[in-house]
Design a protein around this ligand. Structure first.
Ligand code: ADP
Length: 481
């Protein structure tokens, strides 16, 4: 079975959030299980060459945009046990040579050109594909292009993964005409006077996977559907939820090169706690037995930035330590947190690191006692999974994948060995603060109970083994038809 993934991110080459983690984790596991897996991603200018093994030029070809023929080169490389094709597009607007993945006004033209160029490449290579697996809106234009224009490319089935429904690729008839899609070929993308890439992919896909079972249900409702709930309800029979895993090689507290002290689930609790304490030391904050709370997140409304601010104030009021690693693509939010950073400059219990820093993220997962994830919605969420794997207890809002993976310490319905954190329902400061108080009380007055949460989290299998099997079952189902 030949499986080709199309993605904008693949960690550690290009990552802005969970998508990059998911691609490397899923593709590594499928490859290790003996499947023929390939990944196609733009050859961004910022990719570190030392991460690419056996880099070689595969083929030069052109792909049209309007009447222009643009030169492209497909490269191939081995990265983290996976086979990658990196598409270099010599577009006059330097579409993929801008130092970062997204956040440009012309993101839609950039990624739909990427889609068209991939199909030109696949047409030339003409090797049959069983599964074309599209990830989020960046890859969505491949679906109508394939089924309306490139019908001769032998693709048995299209699978669409929805990692975050908020981002859909809104576009105009003009954008789509640039890559050759005519009005009569885009009716399934139409939403009122606009067009929507994700809507098109939902229509053309043979199967749709949301990244957790709860999110697969939530997106059918107007509250979480971001205007596509009706379309999703129409295609409900194709929709399933498969919970993400984490990549056990990139996230391994027993060998993580970023850590000052290593530990694993099989260590006794005193060793785990001692290692966590050592990992706290290099951060130069109050480092007695005060509990450390923190968050590692994009600072966007989805993630509850106001709730994080409320948590910061409460945690330091309770004499704890609060660490935030995060940055925002939204200038007002970034400026707001920069002002907060000034307010708390030199505060021995506060660290606000308002940037993207992969190494610091690893160090924090190992140093923190509690990770706060107060999301308004959360398709799966990886930070709570990584936190638990690193012995850090999550405090989360009950939504999406957070609901599927975190079980409250005091929930009598959850078996004792599954209880691994603290959960609150309403995305408001009071319930979050109540959950922080429960976590603090447990930590201070009942160490055995706190340690059980650590162990339960660390002993849970968050690897890609089970989700990869579920994806394989889905692939088998759609290619059988
Ligand atoms: P999302 O994909 O919505 O951003 P996830 O929880 O699925 O959220 O994945 C977030 C990933 O991005 C995790 O690997 C997390 O460690 C990482 N991350 C988020 N913000 C930062 C940051 N500022 N610096 C380093 N890593 C970050």
């Amino acid at each position: 079975m030949r499986i080709v993934h199309i993605t904008a991110e693949f960690a550690p080459l290009a990552k802005s959030g969970g998508l990059g983690d998911v691609l490397v984790g899923l593709c590594r596991e499928l490859t290790l299980q003996g499947k023929e897996v390939e990944v196609i991603m733009p050859k961004y200018d910022f990719i570190s060459p030392h991460l690419l093994a056996h880099l070689r030029q595969e083929i030069d070809f052109t792909a049209p945009e309007w009447e222009h023929k643009i030169a492209n080169t497909m490269w191939s490389a081995e990265v983290e046990d996976c086979h990658l094709h990196l598409l270099e597009m010599r577009h006059p607007k330097n579409y993929f040579h801008r130092g970062r993945i997204y956040g440009f006004e012309d993101d839609v033209p950039r990624f739909i050109y990427f889609a068209r160029a991939i199909l030109e490449y696949l047409k030339i290579s003409s090797k049959p594909i069983d599964i074309l697996h599209l990830h989020d809106w960046h890859a969505a234009a491949l679906a109508p292009l394939l089924r309306e224009i490139y019908r001769e490319i032998p693709v048995k089935a299209i699978v669409l993964s929805i990692h975050n429904l908020e981002y859909q690729g809104q576009c105009s008839v003009h954008d789509l005409a640039a890559i050759g899609l005519q009005k009569e070929q885009i009716t399934h993308l139409q939403t009122g006077s606009h067009y929507n890439l994700l809507k098109g992919a939902i229509h053309y896909a043979d199967a749709i996977a949301a990244v957790s079972p709860t999110y697969a249900q939530e997106i059918l409702t107007p509250e979480y559907g971001f205007g596509l709930d009706e379309t999703l309800r129409k295609h409900k029979n194709k929709l399933t939820g498969i919970l993400n895993g984490i990549d056990m090689k990139l996230w391994d507290p027993s060998s993580d090169p970023a850590l000052a002290a290593h530990y694993s689930a099989s260590n006794p609790i005193p060793k785990i706690l001692a290692a966590k304490k050592t990992n706290k030391k290099r951060l130069n904050l109050k480092n007695d037995d005060a509990p450390w709370f923190g968050a590692i997140t994009r600072l966007v409304p989805q993630k509850g930035p106001k709730l994080l601010e409320a948590a910061l104030k409460e945690v330091i009021h309770q004499n704890g330590v609060f660490v935030l690693l995060g940055s925002s693509p939204i200038p007002e939010i970034q400026h707001h947190f920069e002002a907060l950073k000034k307010t708390y400059a030199d505060h021995p219990q506060v660290l606000l690191h308002l940037d993207y820093d992969e190494t610091l993220a690893h160090q924090l997962y190992a140093a923190l006692d509690f990770l706060i994830v107060p999301s308004h919605f959360e398709p799966c969420g990886l930070t709570q999974l990584i936190a638990m794997h690193y012995g850090t207890v999550p405090i989360v809002r009950s939504t999406g994948g957070l609901k599927d993976t975190v079980f409250d310490c005091d929930d009598p319905r959850a078996p004792k060995e599954k209880r691994n954190g603290f959960v609150f329902s309403e995305p408001k400061p009071e319930p979050l603060i109540a959950a922080i108080h429960r976590a603090l009380k447990n930590h201070q007055t009942n160490p055995a109970a706190h340690q059980l949460l650590i162990k339960n989290g660390m002993l849970t299998d968050f690897s890609w083994k089970k989700p990869a099997k579920e994806y394989l079952a889905l692939y088998a189902q759609v290619t059988r038809k």
